[in-house]
Design a protein around this ligand. Structure first.
Ligand code: HEM
Length: 169
């Protein structure tokens, strides 16, 4: 089956499509800081949303993968007037809905709703910035969790390692 052309509503966020790989740093007042590697894949199937999956790994000082860290997956829904709705699901018992907007190659997302299973950590809000800088995808993530106010948990820089491959969808 042929994959349809990209939906025109996706034009403002089309720069995200493809496979990205890179590394970042993480921390929080309640945990030790760490280095991580990340792979993000954005795809589409002709409808007005992007599919999204992120995988991460703990990195040692030499940059080698030690073990898997967080995984998250969901959908980036493009709306008129460069607005976005993003639904993300985490294996840690958390689901979140973000509202946001795209300005040129910069995306800002804030949680509208967070839901947690009874065993999930006490996470209440997130704020994400994504930007294309010199062709690389930079992103930064602030969270409110474990009684702490909204503050940095992660930031990373990824380079494009593959174009969108329609046969994967
Ligand atoms: C996407 C990449 C992410 C990476 C690499 C990452 C990594 C980590 C690491 C290594 C820890 C400390 C050890 C642990 O509890 O496993 C941690 C703690 C935590 N993370 Fe993340 N995380 C990521 C995303 C997220 C997201 C999206 C959320 C919320 C939805 C989140 C919420 C938390 C919370 C609540 C803690 C516990 C803090 C505490 O126990 O005091 N993280 N993260």
């Amino acid at each position: 089956m042929d994959v349809p052309e990209m939906h025109s509503d996706l034009e403002p966020i089309a720069f995200l499509l493809g496979r990205w790989e890179g590394a970042g740093v993480g921390g929080y007042p309640t945990i030790d800081s760490f280095n991580f590697g990340q792979e993000i894949v954005f795809g589409h199937n002709g409808k007005p949303f992007l599919t999204y999956t992120s995988r991460t790994w703990l990195l040692d000082e030499a940059g080698a993968r030690v073990r898997p860290l967080a995984v998250e997956t969901g959908f980036w829904r493009a709306l008129p007037e460069r607005r976005l709705e993003v639904c993300l699901s985490h294996p840690t018992g958390i689901v979140e809905i973000y509202h946001g907007e795209v300005v040129f190659h910069k995306i800002e997302l804030r949680t509208d709703v967070v839901a947690r299973t009874s065993t999930a950590k006490e996470y209440t809000a997130g704020h994400r910035l994504y930007g294309l800088v010199n062709g690389n995808l930079m992103w930064a993530y602030d969270m409110a969790a474990e009684g702490q106010p909204l503050q940095s948990h992660l930031s990373a820089e990824l380079r494009k390692v593959g174009d969108f491959a329609p046969e994967a969808y």
